[in-house]
Design a protein around this ligand. Structure first.
Ligand code: F0G
Length: 471
């Protein structure tokens, strides 16, 4: 099976291919992002999507039953890059699609049209588990025992949870920005025993540093530029189709941060369409927070597009980033999960917008919080960033782009309890963050694992990782 999977550069002018066990996070020839590609003609792909239904009659948790139990691996024929025995799974992806007519009515939608996909019901409380199961599988194939990520919180929680499940000797290392992480997420990274480095900087600074450090120290990178992560995240789309009895919705709406999810959704539908497994492709709406609106600016205001593999108006990307540098601009939003100004998956997301005839919108923090409260009042709740999708639906209804009888799935990416401070503040006006101690205090817990504060500096970070000689 694995010999029919490979890595391939997304730039069609290059299209260089590499083996799946080559550790690469961008194309060594042209610098573009990589996809996992498959030789579909030599693989046994089901003829119809309802093939996957028989796996609900799972055979216990041994052997293949273990994979059927996973909401990712029960679709393994659509991401066939690893042998079943190498797969690392913790029972991720058993999430819920809820028809929510009450919220639909708020926006003048007909009944049976609005669906909420609760990815917060994953074991670590966010959609990231869909991708981590795939990334840990490849880390195990590669025999890696140190893995790292930069994170606004959820990636770190998921990585930390998977690390000791994959291998008791595996060390999970997470880079988080200072004061930029919801407490629910920080508490998870600490509790699951990850080496937690709190860098003096924001997510973008953490992303830059973790790439450098991974490269220098041979630590395996688990952020979403790792193409295997996105293979797992395709399963969110498969589950939505499954829950709708394989009926393709008209729209999928998702918050946009580092743009891994939107990229994965585009790839999922590109492949399903090519394989003849869906009659049509839904439209995609990616929703930015106003304070972290790089994609919105580039796509809706500056005409940056995926154009048969080339990026139209590419110079606008460099111009925007130069402008960020010259102004010392930093993203800022209450939706800390998506507080990102330089999304690493931008080109893949542009491809997804092309494949899914997409649009991008921005919504303010105030609007995000109102819609988060709505999901709490009428649904199962979600964290602030997730509510951007419901706020985006509201906006697109007001614009008339989505009509009352179209079917819409909003992806709720993270659990409500990830960021209880935001909820308490909305309902009471009390800012819990300001009443919590900013400095870790000594503790007597036998397994206590406090974060290590580090300057935004390569040598200091390597020293904190026990490698003091790196300059
Ligand atoms: N929603 C939540 C709850 C997230 O945690 C993230 C990303 C996103 C949306 C954005 O998804 O990056 O695929 O566009 N969180 C990352 C992290 C960045 O580090 O946990 P995306």
């Amino acid at each position: 099976m694995a010999d029919r999977a490979f890595q391939v550069c997304i730039n069609p002018d290059c299209a260089a291919t590499f083996g799946i066990t080559e550790v690469l996070f961008s194309c060594p020839k042209c610098g573009a992002l990589l996809d996992v590609g498959y030789d579909w003609d030599r693989l046994a792909v089901p003829k119809k999507m309802d093939f996957f239904e028989h796996r609900w009659a799972t055979k216990g948790l041994r052997s293949e039953g273990r994979l059927d139990f996973s909401g990712v691996w029960r679709f393994r024929e659509l991401m066939p890059f690893a042998e079943p025995e190498s797969i690392v799974t913790i029972g991720e992806g058993r999430t819920v699609l809820e028809q929510n007519d009450r919220i639909g009515r708020e926006f003048g939608m007909k009944s049976g049209r609005v669906f909420l996909q609760y990815e917060g019901l994953n074991p670590s409380g966010s959609f990231k588990d869909n991708g981590m199961t795939a990334a840990f599988t490849i880390a195990r194939v590669l025999g890696r025992n140190r893995v790292a990520c930069a994170s606004t919180g959820n990636t770190s929680a998921s990585l930390a949870m998977f690390a000791h499940k994959a291998d008791p000797e595996m060390q999970g290392i997470v880079f988080i920005g200072s004061g930029k992480i919801a407490y629910g997420k920080l508490s998870q990274a600490l509790d699951y025993g990850a080496l937690t480095l709190q860098i003096e900087g924001d997510f973008d600074a953490c992303m830059k540093r973790v790439k450098e450090v991974a490269d220098r120290l041979g630590i395996y990178l688990m952020n979403s530029m790792n193409p295997f992560r996105l293979e797992g995240q395709k399963a969110i789309m498969y589950r939505i189709l499954e829950a709708r009895d394989w009926d393709v919705p008209d729209w999928v709406i998702v918050p946009g941060g580092n743009l891994g999810n939107s990229s994965a959704f585009g790839k999922a539908f590109l492949e399903l369409h090519k394989l003849g497994l869906v009659p049509r492709v839904p439209r995609l709406a990616v929703i930015n927070a106003t304070g972290a609106n790089t994609l919105y600016t580039l796509y809706e205001q500056r005409g940056v597009r995926w154009d048969g593999g080339r990026i139209r108006n590419k110079s606008e990307i460099d111009a925007l980033y130069r402008d960020f540098d010259s102004r010392g601009y930093k993203a800022h939003t209450i939706a800390s999960a998506i507080e990102i100004s330089r999304p690493v998956n931008l080109p893949k997301c542009l491809r997804a917008l092309d494949v899914m005839n997409g649009v991008v919108r921005e919504v303010s923090d105030e609007v995000i919080l109102e819609h988060k409260a709505m999901v709490g009042r009428y649904g199962f709740g979600c964290e602030p960033a997730s509510a951007a999708s419901v706020a985006g639906l509201h906006l697109l209804r007001d614009e008339g782009l989505i009509s009352p009888d179209e079917s819409v799935v909003c992806i709720l990416t993270g659990h409500e309890l990830k960021d209880p401070d935001a909820t308490v503040k909305y309902h009471t006006g009390i800012d819990m963050k300001s009443v919590m101690p900013p400095e870790p205090k000594p503790t007597h817990g036998k397994l206590a694992n406090h974060p290590i504060r580090v300057a935004d500096n390569l040598a200091a970070i390597c020293a904190a990782l026990g490698e003091p000689r790196v300059e």
